[in-house]
Design a protein around this ligand. Structure first.
Ligand SMILES: O=C(O)C1=C[C@@H](OP(=O)(O)O)[C@@H](O)[C@H](O)C1
Ligand SMILES: C=C(OP(=O)(O)O)C(=O)O
Length: 410
């Protein structure tokens, strides 16, 4: 489905409800599979959480997690530690290009039984579940934090817990802290000191516990972008959010101050308001190694405002749903941007014109579709394969209609 978008709105006052974070949901679902007394509220309705729920129930045979990176990584340790289960864990064509060797090698240090069915280092994986009693692992921490979270999530269920030594500069750190935060909510003790993480085992949780998943901050980013591109005085209220978030992408509230957007918290709602216009000589400079999923949103907001933007810490973007650095370069380039990328940085020059009616390719990447959509406030734009949004945010286009964007299927 290709969607033509335009919007004649300049000032917005609206409310949007976003479902639970897919990162928190996929962690909570795995913990619930290990400790069935656990209840989960405000779970994500994303495709990635749906494949996670289905995958966790499969005892033997093929488990297809499509495009879901967290499901692929988290389920690898899960199945490796489930005695009596034997699966082939596979995914989409792109998933078969997303590396997993660091995690598999780490699990092999614990004597896990995992084989590559096609290409060494990449899914699919044939996994024979075993009762693992070893507990010392060393692994590289500079490629994806999901490998680390994967081991930590199943760690309390292991006989002797885990002592994990991390090598190299740790990337996407808030996601590791999110994992430890959720473990703590169900009563698991852990420490993270320097480059060593220790998780204590627990046979079961003490009594029925509930994890209330906070709504998804990465999804909120598209509304920050919309408000940044609207007139002063525009406000969107988003629920349900907390000030003390487990999600690193909540740094949006700080970052978007530079785009003239203020955030206020009231109960479980945030109001994001355009407070001031942004001067054309503003230049945005941010290291996003702790919040890689908002890189596309920030680059597109900067382009929409015509201001310069230099993003660093983007070394993980090449192995996500697509090579996001190349995808941004190609698509912003089509719109007329002067943009350069390296394998970990993006540099955008100030500009004063956006080419109209450009069709944005989305490369099976939900965030390409959602990050470019706000530009409809500036010019009419086409989003190709717009259904990709369901990976994290199936209601996205309906919510855009609530914000008075005109959507026409081509
Ligand atoms: O643990 C998680 O839930 C995630 C970790 C991040 O991945 P990396 O650690 O690979 O950067 C992030 O990009 C992804 O969307 C979700
Ligand atoms: C990178 C992402 O997801 P995953 O790695 O879980 O596929 C994302 O949602 O932006």
């Amino acid at each position: 489905m290709n969607l033509h978008l335009h919007s004649s709105v300049t000032k917005l006052i609206e409310n949007i409800e976003i479902t639970g974070s897919k990162s928190e949901s996929n962690r909570a679902l795995l913990l619930q599979a290990l400790y069935p007394a656990l209840h989960i509220e405000n779970i994500s309705n994303s495709d990635d959480s749906e494949v996670m729920q289905k995958g966790l129930k499969i005892l033997n045979g093929e488990v297809d997690i499509h495009h879901a990176g967290t499901a692929m990584r988290f389920l690898t340790t899960f199945f490796a530690t489930q005695e009596g289960r034997e699966v082939v864990l596979t995914g989409s064509q792109r998933m078969k290009e997303r590396p997993i060797k660091i995690l598999v090698d780490a699990l092999k240090q614990l004597n896990a039984s995992i084989e590559y069915t096609d290409n060494d280092g990449y899914p699919p994986l044939k996994i024979v579940g075993k009762n693992l009693s070893a507990n010392k692992v060393t692994m590289a921490a500079n490629v994806s934090s999901q490998y680390i979270s994967s081991i930590l999530l199943s760690a309390p269920f292991l006989q002797n817990g885990i002592i994990l030594e991390l090598e190299g500069k740790i990337t996407s750190v808030p996601y590791i802290n999110m994992t430890l935060g959720l473990l703590s909510q169900i009563g698991v003790t852990s420490t993270f000191e320097g480059n060593v993480i220790k998780v204590e085992p627990i046979a079961d949780i003490e009594k029925a516990k509930t994890i209330v998943v906070e709504s998804d901050w990465s999804s909120a980013s598209y509304f920050y972008s919309i408000i940044a591109l609207c007139d002063v005085g525009s406000t969107i209220k988003l629920s349900s959010y907390k000030k003390d978030s487990l999600q690193g992408d909540s740094v949006l509230a700080e970052i978007y101050k530079d785009f003239g957007v203020a955030t206020t918290f009231e109960d479980n709602t945030i109001s994001i308001t355009k407070e001031r216009a942004v001067a054309r000589d503003t230049s945005i400079q941010i290291d996003l190694s702790n919040a890689p999923d908002i890189a596309q949103t920030i680059a597109v907001t900067s382009f929409g405002l015509g201001i310069a933007c230099d993003l660093s810490g983007l070394h993980t973007l090449k192995i996500k749903e697509t090579d996001r650095l190349e995808a941004l370069k190609a698509e912003l380039g089509k719109l007329g941007a002067e943009i350069e990328v390296t394998d970990k940085e993006l540099h955008l020059k100030p500009s004063d014109y956006i080419n109209p009616d450009i069709a944005i390719d989305t490369y099976n990447d939900h965030r390409m579709a959602m990050a470019f959509a706000p530009l409809a406030l500036k010019t009419s734009i086409i989003i190709n394969d717009a259904e990709v949004v369901s990976k994290s945010y199936p209601d996205f286009w309906n919510d855009m209609k609530k914000l008075h964007f005109n959507l026409k299927e081509l």
